[in-house]
Design a protein around this ligand. Sequence first.
Ligand SMILES: Nc1ncnc2c1ncn2[C@@H]1O[C@H](COP(=O)(O)OP(=O)(O)O)[C@@H](O)[C@H]1O
Ligand SMILES: [Mg+2]
Length: 216
Amino acid sequence: MFITFEGGEGTGKSTQALILAEILKKHDVDVVLTREPGGSPGAEIIRNLLVTGSVDRWSTMSEVLLMYAARADHWQNTIKKALDRGAWVLCDRFADSTVAYQGYGRGVSREFLQLLYQHIVGDVEPDVTFIFDLDVNKGIKRATARMEGNVVVEGRFEAMDIEFHKRIRLGFLEIAKENSSRCVVLQVDVHPNAIHRQILEILQEKGVLPWNNLLA
Ligand SMILES: Nc1ncnc2c1ncn2[C@@H]1O[C@H](COP(=O)(O)OP(=O)(O)O)[C@@H](O)[C@H]1O
Ligand SMILES: [Mg+2]
């Protein structure tokens, strides 16, 4: 089972991926919780190049290729290996983020992004993608509060202008529409427990929850 968590900054993706991973582990599921950019030793090095430093550090195309350089390594060394042995992979951001940020956000062609996906990931797609939808100002506020006091500030994308983040939000909603069998949009301006409950309900509806009773 391959589940991805997508959406803008501070929407609660990492929080929910962790809660879901914990409950699955409690039920003895083999779970790999991972993230992008990053998720393998090589890709984490590339992550650092992408998420720190000045907003204009990279050209759009350099950013796309760094994202895919990281994804190629992460796919080969983490995700594919885990899926092949039958583990559940919970991935905090994946290829939809590249379509939203560099495609809808920066104007890179969808065909080019699709070509990279085909060559690097191939025919595999996530089984379920949760798209976290939230007012962008609220999300940025949450993300900024989270970063306060951190030694290394991973704030390069958070620092981009609000119009960019609005395009990304609309981009994710378009992606959800175009991939309606895979994607579920979650309205996340509610308590984390309520979001978690919704995620479990959706997985149960899809018949993939590895235990019978939602509350078990
Ligand atoms: N449903 C929620 N309501 C309010 N705050 C939340 C919620 N979910 C997460 N947070 C908080 O918002 C911040 C960003 O959450 P996080 O899970 O890191 O978002 P993301 O991974 O999408 O950037 C964290 O400080 C987190 O504790
Ligand atoms: Mg996160």
